[in-house]
Each structure stands twice: as structure tokens, then as C-alpha cells.
Write a protein that binds this ligand. Structure first.
Ligand code: EPU
Length: 340
């Protein structure tokens, strides 16, 4: 039995601590709760917004004029052992890091670098979360999603999700059309670590660890994240506010001639530029604009210094975008999902 509440302040449900009221709000803990909430909205022709951990969203100050469904459908299944791999399934409302931790405990390898990314399991495929050289798509097997139009459950394998850098079909063609119900990872039975990222090498090196255990790697990731990224529980934020922009090789060469220090790394169609570096070079790092600032240790993350509204964040984001465009001729694209 679900309980629909009215005029619920959404700031309390986002890591940015920003967002006006939802006209209607409900927490779902089971599949039957979800079906009930979906039917309720359908009968009343209300639009639906799904919220997981609220860690990648900027919700407008006027809130949401429909039904917000907060996903708390939890559950970690027993690992399914196959000859060369292990399948691990979790329900979408489960906290992503609980799944990574569970994988480590159960001897399933490959998810370590994605430890501590805030948010739920269900949100992970939508934006193809990634960190320290690994993306969800590298360990993703399939997901089950509820089609909001037909009311049927469907399966999407890795190819069907059309993953790309911070992208999937659920952010493009199928945006708002499905509710992700469960996610299955394909993990390795033997250690399969990605240790190439500079920060990982450094932290393991400092500890004289050459061949880490999964737990040691997860601990190193925790150390790196804690040293650079603001903990949303202390300094509200939604992670990287912008994506790292991709440019052609020719454009990179031109930029390198003018800015020899520019930080870039090879990508599919040329190179990705470190947006944090671009923003820092424009003078925004650690410089508050009212109640918002580009974080002092990582300029790509916009932080709420206390009492910020969505309009304050949007104003700074616009200022940053214009400054980066002017100095580098590069367009920054938001990574955070803005909900109007
Ligand atoms: N840099 C600066 N100044 C800054 C920030 C970064 O010069 O203020 C430079 C760093 O020195 C480094 C480069 O930019 O040379 C890259 O920085 P970092 O390793 O911190 O990673 P990032 O590219 O800024 C991406 C992800 C993060 C993820 C890290 C680690 C995106 C949009 N962000 O950030 O993901 O944790 O790599 O893999 O791709 C997120 O999505 O919310 C997120 C935090």
C-alpha cells in the first residue's frame, strides 16, 4: 500500500540540497508499490519523475508539478557463477556502493574503481557512470526495465543500452520512457584490476602495494575520492557539473599551441579535455558567487555553500560556460540533469 504525499520539498531528496516542492510524492519499496504509483499517475494524467539518490539532479526552485516516485526497491541477489564470469544482480533502489562492496565481499572482480560514486544502482546505467578508467559499460550485462507506456517489463543487454561517455539510450531516445528495475553486472572470477589511472598508481605506490587485493583497491579509491571530491553530506553538490568536452585532434593541436599546459586524454573521436582545468584557468576555482562556487579542490564540481537556489547554480554555470567558450572556443555541456 503506497502513501502519496502532497507538496513535498525535493531539496531534502537531492545531494545538492536544492529543489522546490513536488505536487505529489511517493516512496516505492516493492514492484507492486511501483505499479500502484504508476497506475495512480496514469489515471490522473500526471507526469512522473523518478528519483534515486538525487545525486545527479538539479531540481528547479518551482519544483515538479506531477508525481515524484522515490525508488527504494532494494535487494542484492546471490552471485550466479559461470565458467568464466559471475553475474551479479541488484534491484535499482539499492545504493550503488553497496553493490560494489557486496561484489568485493563475494569475490566478484571488476567494479572496484566505481566504489563510492553516489547514487543508486538504477541511475548507474542511465548516465553510464565512470571513474578512474572504468565505466559501467565495461562490467554491465543487462537490465530489466518497466515500460511506462505498455506496463510490461523488458530486458536490455549491453548493446541495446547504447552506452557512450556519460550517455545511454535512457538519456536520449528513451528518456523518461522506462523505469529501471534491476541491473545485472558481468564480473570476473579472478582479479581484473584497472590500475593505470595516475591517482591510483600514486596512492598504491605510497603504500608500497604492487599487487593489491580488491579491498585494498577499494580503499585506495576511497582515499582518492575523499581527498578531492566534496562529501555531499558536508558540502552539498551533484558531482561533476559538466562533462569533459570532446574535441577533434586538429582542434586539440591548435589549443596546445596556445595553451601548452592544457590537460587532455585520447578519446574515440579525438581527445577529451579536462573541463576542471578549463574552468580553473578561467578563474572560477574556489571563488564563491553568492551561495555557489566551483569547488576549491576540483573546479568541475559546483557546490552549494548553504541556501543556494537552482537559479544561483544556473547563473554560475552560464557564466562558466561563456567564459570557457570565450577563452578556449569550447562548449561545455552539463552532466547534471536539470529538472524544470
Ligand atoms: N584538473 C584541474 N583543475 C581542476 C580539476 C581538474 O587542473 O580543478 C585536472 C586534473 O589535475 C587532472 C584532470 O584535470 O589532470 C582530470 O581531473 P580528475 O582526475 O579529477 O577527473 P575529471 O576529468 O575532472 C572525471 C569524472 C569524475 C571522476 C573522475 C575520475 C567526468 C565529467 N567526471 O573527472 O566523475 O570521478 O574523472 O575518474 O567525466 C562525476 O561524474 O560526477 C564524477 C565526479
Amino acid at each position: 500500500m503506497i502513501k502519496i504525499e502532497k507538496k513535498k520539498i525535493l531539496a531534502d531528496y537531492t545531494t545538492f540540497k536544492i529543489g522546490g516542492p513536488a505536487d505529489y510524492f511517493v516512496v516505492v519499496k516493492t514492484l507492486s508499490d511501483l505499479l500502484e504509483a504508476w497506475q495512480w499517475a496514469k489515471d490522473r494524467k500526471k507526469s512522473i519523475l523518478f528519483l534515486g539518490g538525487g545525486s545527479n539532479s538539479l531540481i528547479s526552485d518551482k519544483g515538479f508539478s506531477g508525481l515524484v516516485i522515490k525508488n527504494e526497491i532494494n535487494g542484492l541477489e546471490e552471485p550466479q557463477e559461470h565458467k568464466n564470469y559471475i553475474l551479479l544482480t541488484a534491484k535499482s533502489g539499492e545504493w550503488w556502493s553497496s553493490l560494489v562492496n557486496y561484489a568485493v565481499e563475494r569475490g566478484c572482480y571488476g567494479a572496484e574503481n566505481l566504489f563510492l560514486i553516489p547514487g543508486t544502482v538504477g541511475a548507474a546505467p542511465i548516465q553510464n557512470i565512470g571513474a578512474y578508467g572504468v565505466e559501467l559499460k565495461d562490467i554491465f550485462y543487462e537490465l530489466q526495465a518497466f515500460n511506462l507506456h505498455t506496463g510490461k517489463m523488458e530486458k536490455f543487454n549491453n548493446a541495446a543500452c547504447q552506452f557512450a561517455y556519460r550517455q545511454s539510450i535512457f538519456k536520449r531516445k528513451l528518456k523518461g520512457k522506462y523505469f529501471i528495475y534491476s541491473v545485472t553486472l558481468k564480473l570476473s572470477r579472478v582479479p581484473d584490476f584497472h590500475l593505470d589511472y595516475g591517482d591510483i598508481k600514486q596512492v598504491l605506490g605510497e603504500k608500497n602495494i604492487v599487487r593489491p587485493t580488491a579491498r585494498q583497491l577499494v580503499d585506495a579509491i576511497m582515499q582518492i575520492r575523499n581527498s578531492k571530491l566534496p562529501n555531499p553530506a558536508q558540502i552539498p553538490n551533484a558531482g561533476s557539473f559538466f562533462q569533459n568536452p570532446e574535441v577533434s585532434w586538429a582542434k586539440l593541436k591548435r589549443l596546445q599551441a596556445k595553451f601548452p599546459e592544457i590537460k587532455s586524454f585520447p578519446s574515440k573521436n579525438g581527445a577529451k579535455l579536462a573541463a576542471g582545468w578549463l574552468i580553473e584557468q578561467c578563474g572560477f576555482k574556489g571563488k564563491p558567487e553568492g551561495a555557489v562556487s566551483a569547488y576549491e579542490k576540483q573546479a568541475l564540481i559546483l557546490v552549494n555553500l548553504g541556501g543556494a537556489q537552482a537559479k544561483d547554480v544556473l547563473k554560475l554555470a552560464k557564466k562558466i560556460t561563456l567564459a570557457v567558450q570565450k577563452k578556449f572556443g569550447v562548449k561545455l555541456i552539463p552532466e547534471v540533469n536539470y529538472i524544470k
